[in-house]
Design a protein around this ligand. Structure first.
Ligand code: F6P
Length: 540
């Protein structure tokens, strides 16, 4: 067993710093050094990362960087890009970077990636040019992507975020939920003759996807005839036998590799629906944006490395300041689905409590990641963030102009974003509350009664991440940035960021539950479960 990182001197030093930090307000840090911004911001690769409102100082940052060195972070990064089997519990390489960066993985892998990309580009062109048509001869105008988790969230985010870059007249739709509502909504609205369905599932065994895919198959077969099925279905999977059984035509299968994890797969054929809607050039820009971030991650020294700094600050907030959640707040409607995407990326990767050696960690790992577009969130849950009992860390993400190039509208968004960053950091103390009420001629009795309700404690650490505009390159770069941030944190915590055994138990139990009541539940708590099932049956 190797030593837990929490027993190292640098971790202990950071723990000491955290005790000190608990007595220091961000107001104090700025009062001591109003030029903090100069020291605590980084401009790199089209991004401005302002972390001056994080509760760090030079000594803390120095220790965090020493922490990164102590886990040989740069060697770990190199090992990932080389294609070493760093996913130790599954004995796999982790090479999603090879899907976008020509320098990752072996020459053989690069060759396979290029071949796969050429096949995808040519299929995309044939659909967009109307060479590939539906069974009755009409061009495809709608694409339904059936997938869940990484086979849904990535392509959905890319389509949504780059809506202003759609071309070719194809509208994407997404079906993920096992309750079939999304599919039933679509089959009421779409013409099957102009609909292409992508069954996107690395394993091709996922219950939700299989159920929806079979229902979609029935829809096509019942409306256009069984012979239409091969023309209206495409699959993205590694499971050839299951695609055979489903009836996917061999020339309409796009493969992936076991070195691409589901939540890291948007760069692969999993992104097919997005490429269809955006065209291959825009999708290539998306890949290029990520490749540039890969290069930065490899080349930049740790103290000027964006994913490294973000990762270290996240470790500080989670493991030392004990902040349980990270709120992701994009000030751009285009990034509305980013929090959901990052939830899977971060929590499925680092939601672990044992180290690579199987030893239980003694410190908190992944935060709960959540969020909404900032503008809307201000009018819902920001109240709790400002004055509630839990304290969250906050990532503000904002472009300089909106996706249609509108600067004036984005100025409103940015002024709100910056105002919130200030308010969370500095709050409003009792003296300020009293002074403002006195200025408004509020009675002394009311001032005494209302002051506690109006105080904002502040000291909520936050970062602001700015970039020019949401486009394919920026989006690729942003997603790669968070991927690498998660990687850095996994390295520091000593956990495997690339397996997901925690999702298996529920799947297995669901398969054993008979809602028809044919089989009685077994195992712990089966009597209570039997009551739930009986209630459902009684009330239907
Ligand atoms: O259940 C979790 C998970 O395995 C994710 O990791 C993955 O993204 C998702 O299910 C979908 O898996 P598949 O692409 O194999 O259908």
């Amino acid at each position: 067993m190797s030593e837990l990182i929490s027993s190292t001197p640098v971790w202990k030093s950071l723990t000491e710093h955290a005790h000190g930090a608990s007595r220091v307000h961000l107001r104090d840090l700025f009062a001591a050094d109003d030029a903090r911004w100069r020291q605590f911001h980084l401009e790199a690769d089209g991004w401005l990362f302002d972390y001056s409102r994080q509760r760090v100082n030079a000594a803390i940052l120095g220790d965090l960087l020493r922490l990164a060195t102590s886990v040989q972070l740069q060697e770990r990064i190199a090992a990932m890009f080389r294609g070493d089997a760093i996913n130790v519990t599954e004995g796999r390489a982790v090479l999603h970077t090879a899907l976008r960066s020509g320098f990752a993985g072996s020459p053989e892998i690069q060759k396979e990636v290029l071949e796969s990309r050429a096949a995808l580009d040519s299929f995309v062109a044939s659909v967009r040019d109307g060479v590939q048509r539906g069974f009755t001869g009409g061009a495809f105008k709608h694409i339904v992507n059936i997938g869940i988790g990484g086979s849904d969230l990535g392509p959905l985010l890319v389509c949504d975020a780059l809506r202003h870059q759609w071309s070719g007249g194809i509208t994407p739709h997404f079906v993920s939920n096992v309750d079939r509502t999304q599919l039933q909504d679509l089959t009421r609205q779409l013409d099957p003759a102009e609909t292409l369905i992508i069954v996107c599932s690395k394993t091709f065994t996922t219950q939700e996807t299989q159920t929806n895919a079979r229902a979609a198959r029935d829809w096509i077969a019942s409306r256009l005839g069984e012979a239409a099925v091969p023309r209206h279905f495409v699959a993205v999977s590694t499971n050839a036998a299951a695609m055979d059984a489903f009836g996917i035509a061999p020339e309409r299968r796009f493969t992936m590799w076991d070195w691409v994890g589901g939540r890291y797969s948007v760069w692969s054929a999993v992104g097919l629906v997005a490429e269809m809607v955006l065209g291959s050039q825009v999708f290539k820009d998306f890949l290029d944006g990520a490749a540039r971030m890969d290069r930065h991650f490899i080349d930049a020294p740790l103290e000027r490395n964006l994913p490294v700094l973000m990762g270290l600050i996240g470790v500080w907030n989670r493991s030392f300041l004990n902040l349980p959640t990270l709120a992701v707040l994009p000030y751009d409607q285009r990034l509305a689905r980013l929090p959901a995407y990052l939830q899977q990326l971060d929590m499925e990767s680092n939601g672990k409590s044992v180290t690579l050696d199987g030893e239980r960690v003694s410190y908190p790992t992944a935060p709960v990641v959540w969020g909404e577009p900032g503008s809307n969130a201000q009018h819902s849950f920001f109240q709790m963030l400002h004055q509630g009992t839990p304290t969250a860390a906050l990532d503000f993400i904002a472009p300089l102009r909106n996706s249609w190039g509108d600067v004036l509208a984005q100025d409103l968004a940015l002024s709100n974003c910056f105002a919130q960053a200030q308010a969370f950091a500095f709050g409003l103390n009792a003296d300020e509350v009293v002074a403002s009420m006195r200025a408004a001629k509020v009675s002394e009795a009311d001032i005494a009664r209302l002051t506690p309700h109006r105080v904002h404690e502040g000291n909520r650490p936050n970062s602001v991440l700015l970039y020019a505009q949401t486009d394919a390159r920026a989006l690729g770069s942003l997603l790669a940035l968070y991927e690498h941030m998660v990687f850095v944190q996994g390295c520091i915590w000593g956990i495997n960021s690339f397996d997901q055994f925690g999702v298996e138990l529920g799947k297995k139990l669901a398969a054993g539950i008979s809602m028809s009541g044919e089989r009685a539940p077994t195992g712990p708590g089966s009597a209570a479960l039997a009551e739930l099932i009986a209630y459902v049956r009684r009330r239907r």
